[in-house]
Design a binder for this molecule. Structure first.
Ligand code: FES
Length: 192
């Protein structure tokens, strides 16, 4: 299990060696066991936690090309599936236009999340609110999630943050490489 110790700040990562920029952030630990690799990551973008380094588990999945950074338009989410085409894998990539925890790119503003509500699986793919940088309210019970702070809950019935997709930037290419959190309805993110 590989561990990444990173200092906290408003954004989660900096350029890595080899021309690849990584993001890996979380505010909790999860996904014990399984066959995938994990790592310790930083907690950032959470009020009151700046400057602190926490350990959490990052689950690495197959690297998958998602989009060109230069093709993204601020506040226009791009839908994709990750980590596979299986059940509940619908996700959103969005350039928020403001610095975000786990954000990728020169402005640290590109993030991605699974788009199912962590409460009871409400479909949230079409609920992005650019004025507040949130996903929601969930059509089932009104939960909302802050995309600038690792998908943490703003309001509603959910008790878990949205699963955040780990991203890497290589040149202009954005890749998904893992997941922080468990996709709703799956007992393992890779077992739909
Ligand atoms: S399923 Fe989203 S708030 Fe209940």
């Amino acid at each position: 299990m590989k561990r990444h110790d990173v200092t906290a700040g408003p954004a989660s990562s900096g350029p890595a060696s080899g021309g690849i920029e990584h993001t890996c952030v979380s505010r909790r630990s999860f996904l014990k066991g399984g066959s995938v690799a994990g790592g310790a990551i930083m907690l950032s973008g959470v009020p009151g936690m700046e400057g602190k380094v926490l350990a959490a588990q990052v689950v690495r999945y197959p690297r998958m090309f998602i989009a060109k950074l230069s093709a993204l338009t601020t506040d226009q989410p791009l839908k994709f599936k990750y980590p596979d085409d299986g059940r509940n894998s619908g996700s959103l990539l969005v350039k928020l236009g403001e610095r975000a925890g786990g954000g990728l790119g020169p402005d640290r503003d590109v993030v991605a999340f699974n788009a199912l509500c962590t409460h009871q699986g409400g479909p949230m793919g079409g609920t992005y609110k650019p004025e507040h940088k949130i996903l929601g309210p969930c059509p089932f019970h009104q939960s909302t999630f802050d995309l600038t702070r690792h998908g943490m809950i703003v309001s509603g019935h959910a008790t878990e943050s949205l699963p955040q997709v780990l991203l890497e930037l290589e040149g202009d290419d954005i890749y998904a490489v893992g997941m922080i959190g468990l996709i709703y309805g799956r007992h393992d993110n890779l077992k739909g």
